[in-house]
Design a protein around this ligand. Structure first.
Ligand code: PMP
Length: 358
């Protein structure tokens, strides 16, 4: 039997495993930071109408430039942005891949600060970009001094920041983003997939776009908008960045169905985002409860919580929770586990199961 090792794989892909959390059929799935709430009926009805309207026209390619969707996304983001500032793709993963295809690539370097979203180094590998790990502090913080020192040391073509950071949960102070944007010669990508869940007063990098033409903010409809299955991510940046990404995007990459569904969802933004407060309440409840039990917990501005596993046994606790029907995530940070905040019932199940293991 021919194995992977027998194929003429690119050297940088040898030995890698595909990214992906287990998709297991268990009662309580809190491992991929989805929004646990189904879409509201009013939004579903609107999306059905929008989808049936485009079905008849599927013989034609979709709007390659997705102008209507980009216009709606710009209106959602505000900050004086227009469709020329926004680009959309099949999830923010694809957006980030396009950015690395455009600004990274062979002979170029991307700098990130782990523990962070583990797709970032994989996207670097997939685009032939050399990955440099600037590391976060032991307590998962990232200071402006440390980040700028790494930027000066490595002179990366792309710096990737993540705020709120997955898997640690905490948002970056804006002065860190600003300091990196000032120090970097290359592009600065700020992954804000979880922005809508941030605690009050958290600043976002959107406000820096006009000042820094090489700054790109990526967002997604997968989390707060509860549209993970719809696959819609987007970026906001100066119009030149959007023009640059056109050089690598596949023609008609975003299907007419996706564009229609996303636009109908955006027309129901308030209804869709109405679950965000409920999710944040569960997040805060998980943080407070685990701290009450004496566990170490990272501050969270996202829809998940990173906590130190009891007895430092992340593997054992992960498995024991799964045995009790609760799937959470071992994110590869030794001794720590990540749980998504979902419905109150899901939190009950998680907390009850974990309490049994204390
Ligand atoms: N960025 C971060 C930090 C994420 O956690 C995720 C999803 N796990 C993504 C980007 C990608 O999400 P999507 O492709 O669904 O937009």
């Amino acid at each position: 039997m021919t194995g992977l090792e027998d194929l003429p794989l690119r050297d940088e892909l040898r030995g890698l495993t595909p990214y992906g959390a287990p998709q297991l059929d268990v009662a309580v799935r809190l491992n991929t930071n989805e929004n646990s709430y189904p879409l509201p009926e009013a939004a579903v009805a609107e999306m059905e109408k929008a989808l049936s309207a485009v079905l008849r026209d599927l013989n034609r390619y979709p709007d390659r430039d997705a102008v209507a969707l980009r216009t709606d996304l710009a209106a959602y983001l505000r900050h004086g942005l227009t469709w020329r500032n926004v680009w959309a793709a099949n999830g923010s993963n694809e957006i980030q891949q396009q950015l690395l295809q455009t600004f990274g690539g062979p002979g170029r370097t991307a700098l990130g600060f782990t523990p962070s979203y583990s797709m970032h180094p994989l996207l670097a590998a997939g685009t032939g970009t050399t990955w440099v790990d600037g590391r976060r502090d032991e307590d998962f913080t990232l200071t402006a001094e440390h980040a700028v020192a790494k930027v000066r040391e490595h002179r990366p073509d792309v710096v990737i920041l993540c705020s709120p950071n997955n898997p640690t949960g905490t948002a970056l102070p804006l002065d860190v983003v600003r300091a990196v944007a000032e120090a970097a010669d290359g592009m600065v990508l700020v992954d804000e997939a979880y922005a809508e869940f941030a605690r009050p007063g958290t600043p976002f990098a959107l406000s820096l776009i006009e000042e820094f033409p090489r700054l790109v903010v990526t967002r997604t409809m997968s989390k707060a908008f509860a549209l993970a299955g719809g696959r819609v991510g987007y970026l906001a940046a100066g119009p030149a960045v959007v023009d640059a990404v056109q050089l690598v995007r596949l023609p008609y990459h975003l299907s007419a169905l996706t564009q229609a569904a996303a636009r109908a969802a955006l027309a129901h933004t308030d209804a869709l985002l109405s679950t965000v407060d409920a999710v944040k309440a569960q997040r805060d409840r998980i943080v407070a409860t685990l701290r009450g039990w004496g566990l170490r917990v990272a501050d969270s501005d996202a829809n998940f919580v990173l906590f130190a596993a009891p007895r430092d046994d992340s593997k054992g606790i992960w498995q024991a929770l799964l045995d009790r029907g609760v799937l959470i995530r071992d994110v590869g940070v030794p001794g720590w586990l990540r749980v998504t905040a979902g419905t109150p019932e899901e939190t009950d199940a998680f907390l009850n199961a974990l309490e049994e293991l204390l």
